[in-house]
Design a protein around this ligand. Structure first.
Ligand code: PA5
Length: 429
């Protein structure tokens, strides 16, 4: 069994005092009880809290069987969705499947780039494809446009009747344009529960089907999330990294640290940070409040915005995302002439060198005035990812309540849509 997720807070020293953690405890408790008693703002959207333990075996099996069938009849599964209907699956697949060979799942509908969609469909011209279109509301413009084009592509390839057998819709149980369309055309549907909002939906069929289509073990993912859930109730912050993280980020914000950077030392975490940005940005950024969620890929970004982090305006705090074990390591070979002066490293693994880089960066940023903590998981695995998903979801909920916002709505997302619909001449706008 792998080690549980932990939070290393050594480099908060001096920035957050133990007395301040005591002072914020009533806010943490209040947030905790708003979630437990389901009486806080947005309390109609707390279904995510019990997904790791409450998801029915029959649904897990249905998802596994659907995924196995889609994998068997296709070279490529096109997943169509945006925001919460895209980022969780993208994060999991980028983290847990090899970068360079044999990807089976491709994404569309997460932008309005004609060139992207064109390139994707051209590359799949001679391949067998299946499609999973995902939209809770059923009417989001970007995936709706992509799906109309992809549906025509699949119908042209297989004919209407056979195409219908290759399309799965993940949407509301009863309402919305996509549900209506799926029923009329005879597409298989999977349900997004009413009480789970987009950015909290990765452990519903929204995330689980594409993740299973990529060949990832969704039971391990749910198991990891269940273990993070189990540890997320304690009021002893030393035993509950989730509440500690939520408390620390609010204390830092109160001291003017308005930007949080989620930094990794393994590119496989890149899209998890994109998922995290949406989770915290949409949950907290409202009513003139919020912490700006940014992300860095290290050591790459140490050679770019590393300068600003070390030495720029001191309005930043940082959270490192660390996997302790490197699973595909290299050992630095010995060189006879040592012309590159690297023999002092020979015999060491690249993973160990990367870990030293992380330790050096955490200390240097701390000394430069950037308080930082580290969210540490054992390894890159479905179980660790499940822990991370749940850890951050619950932290976003508690942190949002501490901040005094409704973490489960996103009123600001509508503003651009209204303008765009007006410009496009949408009937009724
Ligand atoms: O978190 C959210 O609610 C949003 O980001 C949605 O997930 C996103 O807008 C996509 O919405 P839908 O699934 O309704 O197409």
């Amino acid at each position: 069994m792998s080690k549980d997720l932990s939070l290393d807070t050594r480099y908060m020293k001096g920035f957050v005092k133990p007395a301040e953690i005591k002072e914020i405890m009533p806010d943490v408790e209040k947030a905790h009880f708003m979630l437990e008693k389901k009486n806080g703002p947005g309390n109609g959207y707390l279904g995510w809290m019990d997904l790791p333990t409450g998801t029915c075996e029959c649904l897990v099996r249905e998802i596994e069987e659907t995924a196995a069938h889609m994998r068997a009849i296709s070279d490529a599964v096109i997943v169509v969705g945006i925001g919460g209907s895209y980022l969780g699956a993208k994060a999991a697949i980028e983290m847990l499947t090899p970068e360079f060979v044999g990807r089976k799942v491709f994404f569309a509908g997460h932008n309005l780039s004609a060139s992207y969609l064109n390139g994707l469909l051209m590359s799949l011209k001679d391949k067998e494809v299946t499609v999973n279109v995902i939209s809770k509301s059923g009417g989001t413009t970007e995936p709706a446009i992509a799906f109309r084009i992809i549906e025509a592509f699949v119908e042209k390839k297989y004919g209407k009747e056979n195409a219908a057998k290759r399309i799965v819709c993940t949407t509301d149980a009863a309402k919305g344009t996509l549900k209506e369309l799926a029923d009329k055309r005879g597409y298989k549907t999977l349900v997004i529960p009413d009480d789970v909002g987009g950015r909290f939906s990765v452990l519903t069929p929204v995330g689980l089907l594409p993740i299973a289509c990529a060949g990832i073990d969704i039971r391990e993912l749910l198991g990891g999330a269940a273990s993070a859930r189990e540890r997320s109730f304690s009021m002893d912050l030393e035993a509950n990294p989730c509440y500690m993280y939520a408390a620390l980020r609010n204390l830092l914000l109160r001291k003017g640290k308005k930007i949080e950077i989620l930094s990794n030392f393994d590119g496989r975490f890149h899209y998890l940070a994109e998922w995290w940005k949406q989770l915290f940005g949409e949950s907290e950024g409202k009513g003139g409040k919020g912490i700006f969620p940014a992300a860095c890929d290290f050591t790459t970004d140490l050679h770019s915005i590393g300068q600003l982090i070390q030495d720029g305006e001191r309005n930043i705090f940082e959270t490192f995302l660390i996997a302790e074990k490197e699973d595909r390591d290299f050992v630095i070979p010995q060189s006879d002439d040592d012309l590159d002066n690297l023999n002092y490293l020979s015999g060491k693994s690249e993973g160990a060198i990367n870990f030293k880089a992380y330790q050096a960066v955490a200390e240097a940023h701390f000394e430069g005035g950037v308080p930082n903590s580290s969210v540490i998981v054992d390894n890159i695995s479905p179980r660790s990812l499940g822990q991370l998903f749940y850890f951050f979801e619950k932290a976003a909920a508690v942190s949002g309540y501490i901040l005094g916002v409704n973490p489960f709505d996103q009123p600001g997302v509508e503003a651009y849509k209204k303008k765009m619909f007006k410009l496009l001449g949408k009937p009724g706008v």
